[in-house]
Design a protein around this ligand. Sequence first.
Ligand code: GLY
Length: 377
Amino acid sequence: MSKSAEFTKLHVALGERSYDIVIGAGLDSAGLLIAQHLKRKRTFIITDKNVAETQLETFVKRFENAGIEIAQKVVLSPGEETKNFTVVSALVETLLHQGLERSDVIIALGGGVVGDITGFAAAIALRGIAFIQIPTTLLAQVDSSVGGKTGIDTPYGKNTIGAFHQPQLVLIDTNVLDTLPLRELQAGYAEIVKYGAIKDAKFFAWLEANGKQLLSGLEGEKHEFRIEAVIRSCQIKADVVVADEREEGERALLNFGHTFGHALESETGFSNALIHGEGVSIGMAMAARFSAELGFAPKADAERLIAHLKACGLPVHPSDKGPKALDPVRILAHMKHDKKVKDGRITLILLRGIGSAFITREVEEDRLLAFLRNELK
Ligand code: GLY
């Protein structure tokens, strides 16, 4: 990690796929930082309608100040429905039509949807070109922009088509969070809590002390805590990705709360009724309760995690948010369709305690179904 007056730089050491994550509050030098990665001073920005209205102009100015020409601004529709083949195909064709070359770098300016789809387009256009992530939601800043997972959804599930394609640079300006609705901030915060829960008890305790200020505190302290939380989250994620880039082992820990959460999201059709971070929050609370019930984690640790999520305004029970009257058999069926199913067995990420998680395929389906019946009654 290195620090300057304007930003903190983390390094993701992946050999020839290595890159930096630059984190600051108000990255006026974003254009100069990007220019260092361009062979010709010409780029393409992919964003969505919401970000185009709030952030695009500021970033375009920063790029133009550094002498970068914007060959094309592609504005996608916001929302998960955009992550499909039709949109990717149109996006790649637009870029090719504008004279995209193999040495060009394209820029994803937006949340997880924009990052995932742009990264996937970059992975397949001209057999792979470079891309830069400028994440504009808290969730994208602490999770999806780092680690090289790119992709789109199919009727068979979220991100069921995709590629590992690492970005060339991740630029995180925490000031963009000022225009983010509180609900979106809370959803991103769930992923921050995840890092403390699975890997770092000290960080979790820090979040217990500072999480509420980070979400809705006074200007000065809010910004200071946000930067700190983003840096610590990105560091944990970078360490995990460096240890296991392709998710052959340890990286699966990052899915804590996601197997339960995705199943709930599926039941809402991945709609606004339950956004991803909310599904993860409920999923983490469920995984914590299940870990305690199976005797893996002390009940007090599960309760501590759930209490903190609740204190930060996040849902912790399936009935708190999203569809009512969920069918445990359907939820189990969704869990069995998860990408992480191996030899027909569901992969669960469970807790040993705050700061320590593990991966298991040993839990019997009957036991899980009984737990789901109890959670959903
Ligand atoms: N969001 C989980 C991962 O990147 O592995």
